[in-house]
Ligand binder design. Sequence first.
Ligand code: PRP
Ligand code: URA
Length: 209
Amino acid sequence: MSQVHPIDHPLIASKLTAMRRCDTSSAEFRRLLREITVLLGYEATRDLPVRLEPVATPMATAELPVLQDDPLVIVPILRAGMGMVDGMLDLLPMAQVGHIGLARDEATHLPQEYYCKLPFGVQGAQVIVVDPMLATGGSAIDAVASLKARGCQRIRMVNLLAAPEGLEAFGTAHPDVEVFVAAIDQGLDENAYILPGLGDAGDRIFGTC
Ligand code: PRP
Ligand code: URA
């Protein structure tokens, strides 16, 4: 089972409640998703390595921490993961961005990969996969398997909402990958949508509902 980190914070919780409301516009939904992603990303990067270097302040010179030059790659799962890229880049402007396109088949709920483009050297990078929804876990499982098949070894996931059964399946498939999530909901409906959830994240971000 992977390590799951539910990020329990009143700012995240109240912004997420606003996202869940049926009458929240796409513009507001995108803005809130970006803000929550910054807060989740802050926790997901808590153990990034730093080194000390001499820095001259106006008062003195001191050995002070700076981030190590460890390559970082953000990988959104298309489409909905795109809604989390800007929030991650607000925190990590030096990061590169790769893309994996997966769409769930509406009848089987199984994901199909239709696109993959990753930066050169991704194998050595700390990879952060972003997707607002982890429902059955199928998309996250396949995305991480696809990254591992391409040589990535240091991978973590950042999600907005997850279902317990999806987290269980993901943890069984990828026990080495830590998951950072804003909320773990009750479960899935008969169409494998998260309850109470927020609906179809891609549709809500891009206004396609
Ligand atoms: C959504 C979501 C996840 C996936 C989660 O994407 O963004 O990628 O479903 O479901 P799962 O855990 O059961 O696989 P969707 O396939 O609807 O594609 P979209 O982002 O293009 O709307
Ligand atoms: N994908 C979504 O966008 N929402 C869900 O509830 C489940 C999968």
